[in-house]
Design a protein around this ligand. Structure first.
Ligand code: HGY
Ligand code: MN
Ligand code: MN
Length: 438
């Protein structure tokens, strides 16, 4: 049950070496932290443009700082051949690993380099995208590049500011982009050629493939997510003189709300809930906290279950606040429905895995990905590749092997070489995108 990889890796060793180079493009020496429109974004983008051009693509930044490489179709005379898009994000979370996002860029570049070396063109244009921002670390909203390309960008976001007060509009302009050019990025218009499929390869960021001893898997759907900002307001007071029964302690109330998230999501299989950020004011050891803000991230493959959980948690937060004589405001600022992967593309991906002599494992994605924006444009598919260290991700211990990078890239290359655009029958249902402006 294994593809004979051996030492003669065509792709895997190069991909890991390139990931090492990219890991050096960071805002925090010794860690991987690369945010949108930053200097490290420019360094990574320039490096990826160089790799794309060396692989035979036409490549450059678009108006939003996404790196777009195109390996034009080999169909003589057709002004606009159909397009297959692939890619992932170049940005990272704080203190990230080296492969989240980047594998989905480096692997297709390796595929194109191999096609180019053999002088082979495809019956469609292959477009490889390094999206500028998927994690949303700098401005709080995520998937900026893929939303713009899927026609889901909200121009109100251009006024959002980062922790230094720099607006998204100013950041894109300072990067050399054009913040007002977002409509031109919309792939639904066909202006860049009709996009017939989007496929993203990505590390699993979990342990299913690792536990089952499998190098790759076919993603069935990407979970939907709701993110809320919660603000709890109490009354500051002297830590030594205010009796316990007389306190309006915003942090104690918030702590009870955080445990409510954990309990509710533990009690309902298919849900996950995370409180990832929290601020406490005034933040002195001897002052009762009066102003606490935190985030909640709720996800599920079942949209009804997720929405019911968000409603139940907001009600429970209100009850906790009333009992503790504090006030609470819990506002969703990001919402995305679960994105099913196209059955036909899943079957083609499965055939490419079987062609490597490997079994096919189907699994859902608990992480969000750029692909989840593209059902608005075309059918989508995702290929997962095993990651080690218990499947850890969004952490410096994130790891993968050159052998698995080799296998996943071989699967992807087989998919690209056997994909016939004319036979794509999308089974997608247009999704309603609800993105309440923050
Ligand atoms: O949050 C996510 O699931 C993705 O890693 N941005
Ligand atoms: Mn991530
Ligand atoms: Mn990712």
């Amino acid at each position: 049950m294994s593809m004979d990889v051996g030492a003669n890796l065509r792709f895997g060793a190069d991909i890991l070496a390139q990931a090492e180079v990219l890991a050096g493009f960071t805002e925090v020496p010794g860690e991987v932290t690369r945010t949108y429109c930053s200097r490290s974004h420019r360094q990574a983008g320039d490096y990826l443009i160089g790799l794309m051009r060396e692989a035979g693509m036409v490549a450059d930044y678009d108006a939003f700082g996404n790196v777009v490489g195109r390996y034009e179709a080999g169909v003589p005379g057709s002004p606009w051949a159909p397009v297959v898009m692939t890619g992932s994000h170049q940005d990272s979370v704080k203190k990230a690993g080296k492969y989240d996002g980047l594998f989905g860029i480096l692997s297709p570049i390796a595929c194109v380099r191999d096609l180019h070396r053999r002088g082979k063109r495809l019956p469609y244009t292959l477009e490889v995208v390094a999206f500028g921002d998927e994690e949303g670390v700098r401005f709080g909203v995520t998937l900026i590049g893929s939303k713009a390309m899927a026609g889901n960008f909200d121009p109100a976001w251009l006024e959002l500011t980062d922790s230094d007060g720099v607006s998204l509009r100013e950041a894109i302009r300072a990067f050399g982009g054009d913040p007002d050019a977002w409509p031109a990025l919309d792939r639904r218009t066909g202006a860049h050629g009709e996009v017939v499929a989007f496929i993203e390869s990505h590390i699993e960021q979990g342990a299913t493939l690792l536990d089952e001893g499998l190098p790759v898997g076919v993603v069935t759907a990407i979970v939907g997510a709701t993110r809320m900002k919660v603000r709890v307001t109490g009354l500051a007071g002297h830590a030594g003189t205010v009796p316990m029964g007389a306190r309006q302690d915003a942090l104690a109330a918030a702590a009870e709300m955080v445990l409510a998230v954990e309990r509710h999501c533990t009690e309902h299989p298919g849900l996950v809930g995370t409180v990832g950020k929290m601020s406490v004011a005034p933040g002195a050891v001897n002052v009762i906290p009066e102003d606490v803000a935190f985030t909640v991230d709720v996800r599920s493959g079942d949209d009804a279950l997720r929405l019911a959980a968000v409603a139940a948690l907001r009600a429970e937060f209100s009850a906790i606040a009333a009992r503790r004589r504090v006030t609470v405001a819990a506002e969703p600022f990001f919402e995305l429905e679960a994105a099913p992967c196209d059955a036909g593309l899943q079957a083609r991906l499965a055939a490419s895995i079987e062609a490597q002599g490997l079994p096919v494992r189907y699994l859902p994605s608990g992480a969000g990905h750029d692909a989840m924006e593209f059902p608005a444009v075309c059918p989508i598919a995702m290929l997962f590749v095993r990651c080690g260290n218990g499947g850890i991700s969004h952490h410096p211990s994130e790891t993968m092997t050159a052998e698995d990078a080799e296998i996943a890239t071989s699967v992807l290359l087989h998919f690209f070489e056997h994909f016939e655009p004319a036979t794509v029958v999308p089974d997608r249902v247009p999704r309603v995108e609800r993105n309440p402006s923050p």
